[in-house]
Write a protein that binds this ligand. Structure first.
Ligand SMILES: [Fe+2]
Ligand SMILES: [Fe+2]
Length: 354
């Protein structure tokens, strides 16, 4: 083994590589010692902890070569370009259906087979969902985001490859029924009247009727689209099903749908995103969302905010070091070398997400 060190981005690490330096987290705690042979779970852990670059020994030079020249920014750039192209492809599908044309399942496949669905970096997916999007094209961004989030959740819940793929298709098409809702209701800036809301609610059934007509589509996808607004307590629509009658795909879509909608509406004005969204999902949706699916989502997604900078009401700036699972909106923050638990503190709270 050569003594020469290579500095690789976490995305370029491979199991079997040997660390050449001790890897610390932002607070000086050791994550991995040097001379450690990396495995998949260690690499995933480093990624989750926000480590970007790792020094490894140049052990199998030829294996590494392809990765050395791909900076993280290039991978990210490629993801962003691909994401934007997928928004356009989603738009095409919606437009075709609006125009009364037939869509084949293989027209959806290029989207779900594209790079964005194969990224190893969930960070890219989360960043894409959090970005401020073009309001006029909300439905297309929203459909793609719900699809990406559903895919990530399917993986977190350890579903089979086929299930993850079906969920992804269901995400793209979940609001396809909105193509049958009149534009003045769909794009109305203010609150909908009761009558308008009744029409809007029909998009689940319209969507179901559209997708059952797509050749080669699986029944679970159609059912998930029909039931993506059902709620655990039976307060949802169109059937008013209770939790035990709602399928897993629909439960996952519901969580992804709510997260994306909340993130989008806050992205334009609030700086306290995403913690406010976590709080609303955890407490405001009590009894409405499946607790297992919701908890798996919050537990995993909040890990990506460790290391984020926040401002406290005292004016001090701190760094999120630990999430409280009882209240994901109130993490432990490190401020000037002291820990502030915003869940138990009576005087300190987060006022801004930087
Ligand atoms: Fe919907
Ligand atoms: Fe939706």
């Amino acid at each position: 083994m050569s003594d020469k060190k290579l500095f690789l981005s976490v995305d370029a690490l491979k199991p079997g590589m040997i660390t050449a330096e001790v890897i610390f987290n932002r607070f000086g705690n050791v994550l991995l010692w040097d001379n450690t042979e990396l495995n998949e779970s260690m690499i995933q852990h480093l990624r989750n902890m926000g480590v970007y670059t790792v020094a490894v020994y140049e052990k199998r030079e030829q294996d590494f070569k392809t990765y050395i020249n791909i900076p993280k920014t290039m991978t990210e750039l490629k993801f962003k370009i691909d994401y934007q192209q997928n928004v356009e492809k989603t738009k095409d599908i919606f437009r075709k259906i609006s125009a009364g044309r037939h869509v084949e399942v293989n027209e959806i496949c290029p989207i779900i087979q594209s790079e964005v669905y194969h990224t190893e970096s969930n960070r890219f997916v989360i960043d894409a969902v959090m970005q401020v999007r073009n309001a006029d094209e909300y439905t297309y961004y929203h459909s793609l985001n719900v699809s990406l989030l559903a895919m990530v959740m399917g993986k977190w819940l350890k579903l089979s490859k086929q299930d993850v793929q079906d969920l992804t298709v269901a995400g793209i098409l979940h609001d396809i029924g909105k193509t049958q809702v009149p534009d003045e209701i769909l794009n109305k800036p203010g609150k909908l009247t009761d009558e308008e809301f009744e029409i809007m609610k029909r998009h689940s059934e319209y969507g179901y009727n559209i997708v059952v007509g797509i050749k080669g589509i699986n029944e679970r996808i159609c059912t998930a689209i029909l039931t993506h607004h059902e709620k655990e307590d039976g307060s949802g629509y169109p059937l008013g099903l209770t939790g035990d009658k709602i399928g897993l795909f629909a439960k996952i879509l519901t969580v992804a749908d709510i997260f994306d909608a909340m993130t989008a509406s806050r992205a334009y004005r609030d700086k306290d995103t995403p913690f406010k969204v976590f709080e609303l999902m955890q407490h405001g949706s009590f009894g409405k969302l499946d607790p297992i699916v919701l908890n798996a989502f919050l537990k995993n997604i909040t890990n990506y905010y460790i290391g984020s900078k926040v401002r406290l009401n005292t004016g001090e700036i701190g760094e999120v070091v630990f999430m409280n699972s009882r209240d994901f909106s109130k993490p432990v923050v490190m401020v000037n070398n002291r820990y502030v638990d915003t869940m138990t503190s009576k005087t300190e709270e987060i006022v801004e997400f930087l």
